[in-house]
Write a protein that binds this ligand. Structure first.
Ligand SMILES: Nc1ncnc2c1ncn2[C@@H]1O[C@H](COP(=O)(O)OP(=O)(O)OP(=O)(O)O)[C@@H](O)[C@H]1O
Ligand SMILES: [Mg+2]
Length: 272
C-alpha cells in the first residue's frame, strides 16, 4: 500500500547517488571524488555534481576557474534547466564530466525557496542533462537544508561518510531522522547504499566505532577508508586516486564500493 503512494521510480536515465553527512569535514568530497573515479575506472560514464557552495570538489577536480565564472552557472540552471546551455555548466575532466559549483551558489537556498517545487530543482536539471551518463554522483554541503534536500530527492541513493569517532553516532541519528522526514514529506524512498568509515587510524576508539557502525546499520555495506596522505595529494593534483601517479591501498576499497553500488542500483538504470 505504502509503495503505491511513492512517486514512480524512473525507468530510464542514469543511476544517481549523493554523498551526504551534515557534519563538516568528515570526507564527503573526498569520498565523492574517489567513488566517481572508481566508477569511471570500471568503465562507467560519470557526471559529477558539486552542489556545495564551498566548491571544494570543484577545486579538487582542478576546475577552480569555473567557480568564479560569470553567470549563467549552476544556480541559474537549477532555477530553469532549459535556460542554460549544457556547455555553460558541464565541464570536462579526464575522469568524468562535472557540473561545478559557483560562487553564486551561496545564494542558492534563498533563491530556490522562491520556486514552487524548491526541493525538485536538481531532479529537473538532471532530467534535462543526464541522457549520456551511466551514473550521477552528487557532493553535498555540510548542512541539512534545501540543497541537501535537492540531492536526496533527485538521487534517492545515499552514500554516508562518517569519521570513526563517537561524534558520528549522533550525526547519523540526525541524518536518518532528517531523511525519514523528507521521505514522508515528498513521497520518495531514499536508500542508504554505503557507509564509509573515513580517516581511520590505529586506535581503540576507531576499532570500537567500526563495531558500532556494523551493529547499528547491519544492512548497509560498510567500507573502511584509512587516513592516507595519498588522498590529499590526489585532491591537490585535481584527480581521484585512480588517475594519480601515486598508488594507494585505498583504491581497492573504492573499487569494491563502486562495484557493489553499481550492482545494487536498478539494472535498468545502468547499462551493463
Ligand atoms: N581518508 C583520509 N585520509 C587523509 N585525509 C583525509 C581523508 N579523508 C578526508 N581527508 C582530508 O580531510 C579534510 C576534509 O575532507 P573533505 O573535504 O572530503 O570533507 P567534507 O565532509 O567534504 O568537508 P565539508 O563538510 O567541508 O564539505 C580534507 O582536507 C581532506 O583532504
Ligand atoms: Mg565537502
Amino acid at each position: 500500500m505504502w509503495a503505491e503512494l511513492k512517486r514512480p521510480k524512473r525507468m530510464a536515465g542514469s543511476a544517481r547517488l549523493c554523498v551526504t553527512n551534515q557534519k563538516g569535514g568528515v570526507g564527503k568530497t573526498t569520498v565523492a571524488i574517489n567513488l566517481a573515479g572508481a566508477l569511471n575506472d570500471l568503465g562507467r560514464d560519470v557526471l559529477f555534481v558539486d552542489l556545495d557552495p564551498q566548491g571544494n570538489a570543484t577545486e579538487g577536480l582542478g576546475l577552480l576557474e569555473a567557480y568564479d565564472a560569470e553567470p549563467p552557472a549552476l544556480l541559474d540552471a537549477l532555477v530553469d534547466p532549459t535556460a542554460v546551455p549544457r556547455d555553460e555548466i558541464i565541464y570536462s575532466h579526464a575522469e568524468m564530466d562535472v557540473i561545478t559549483s559557483n560562487v553564486d551558489m551561496n545564494a542558492a537556498e534563498s533563491a530556490l525557496m522562491q520556486e514552487s517545487d524548491p526541493e525538485a530543482r536538481l531532479d529537473a536539471l538532471l532530467e534535462h542533462v543526464e541522457t549520456d551518463y551511466d551514473v550521477v554522483v552528487v557532493d553535498c554541503p555540510p548542512h541539512l537544508g534545501l540543497l541537501t534536500d535537492n540531492a536526496l530527492y533527485a538521487t534517492e541513493n545515499l552514500v554516508i561518510p562518517a569519521l570513526a569517532e563517537p561524534t558520528s553516532k549522533r550525526s547519523l541519528e540526525l541524518l536518518f531522522d532528517y531523511v525519514g522526514a523528507l521521505e514522508l514529506e515528498h513521497d520518495v524512498q531514499i536508500e542508504p547504499r554505503a557507509l564509509v568509515a573515513n580517516r581511520i587510524e590505529n586506535t581503540r576508539a576507531a576499532t570500537d566505532m567500526l563495531e558500532w557502525f556494523e551493529d547499528a546499520l547491519p544492512d548497509v555495506p560498510l567500507y573502511r577508508i584509512r587516513k592516507r596522505v595519498a588522498l590529499q595529494r590526489a585532491f591537490a593534483a585535481g584527480t581521484s586516486i585512480f588517475a594519480a601517479e601515486e598508488e594507494t591501498d585505498m583504491q581497492s576499497v573504492f573499487t569494491s564500493m563502486a562495484e557493489t553500488i553499481d550492482e545494487r542500483l536498478d539494472p535498468t538504470e545502468v547499462p551493463a
